[in-house]
Design a protein around this ligand. Structure first.
Ligand code: SAH
Length: 215
């Protein structure tokens, strides 16, 4: 039987995002457009719109739709920002950012995932620049970034990322905590003033690298 993904997508936005308080119109319309089923393994397609994370291989996951939405909304995007993502994974979060209109740079340490995400994003006509490497070092060459989103759990906020964040109301969202449970921390940078807000609990796979966890 054919699965009506468009209908599942609409229900996901209604039940999982809007009901829980996601309000940003740009975020909502991006979630209504990006085909999440293309970013999960073939065998898990029918679960693409479930209310949770899914395995994407290599011990990694595509995050729960609500968490992707919450993090994206916290970035307060107009659609013209230069955004750095750390942890490309499936490429779904990159696609959401690109759909909103952002200029997206994404770093992934696992080559196989980076290559697969690059291919899908290209097929869907999303222009995302992907680099294979340790994202805790940021992507110096293209800095500063108006926004930075880290989609893996860090023991602390990597200094490189704070220094590559724009001083003009730059926003960085990152899960910080131990290897198993974290808080979502929003950092707002204005000149040399750094404000930090805790947006609540979350669970991410570990950020592994120089300013992250050891393998
Ligand atoms: N944003 C992704 C979620 C990916 S899960 C999505 O939408 O699907 C987190 C990803 O971070 C994993 O793919 C993992 O390999 C990657 N990762 C972990 N540490 C990293 C590091 N130091 N640099 C870059 N990527 C890293």
């Amino acid at each position: 039987m054919e699965i009506n993904f468009e209908e599942l997508r609409r229900q996901m936005v209604e039940q999982q995002l809007i009901k829980r308080g996601i309000r940003d119109k740009k975020v909502i319309s991006a979630f209504l457009k990006v085909p999440r089923e293309k970013f999960v393994p073939e065998s898990l397609k029918e679960y693409a719109y479930e209310d949770g994370p899914l395995s994407i291989g290599e011990g990694q996951t595509i995050s729960q739709p609500y968490i992707v939405a919450l993090m994206t909304e916290s970035l307060k995007l107009n659609g013209n920002e230069k955004v750095l993502e750390i942890g490309t994974g499936s490429g779904y979060q990159s696609a959401i950012l690109a759909e909103i209109g952002c200029d997206v740079y994404s770093v992934e340490r696992i080559e196989k995932l980076a290559k697969r995400a690059e291919k899908i994003l290209k097929e869907l006509n999303y222009n995302v620049k992907i680099k294979i490497g340790d994202g805790t070092l940021g992507w110096e060459e293209y800095s500063p970034f108006d926004r930075i989103i880290v989609t893996a759990a860090a023991p602390s906020i990597p200094e490189n990322l704070i220094s590559q964040l724009s001083e003009k109301d730059g926003r960085l969202i990152i899960p910080v905590g131990d290897r198993f449970i974290q808080d979502l921390i929003l950092v707002i940078k204005r000149q040399d003033i750094i404000e930090k807000l805790n947006l609540g609990g979350c669970q991410f796979v570990p950020l592994i690298g120089k300013e992250g966890w050891k393998e």
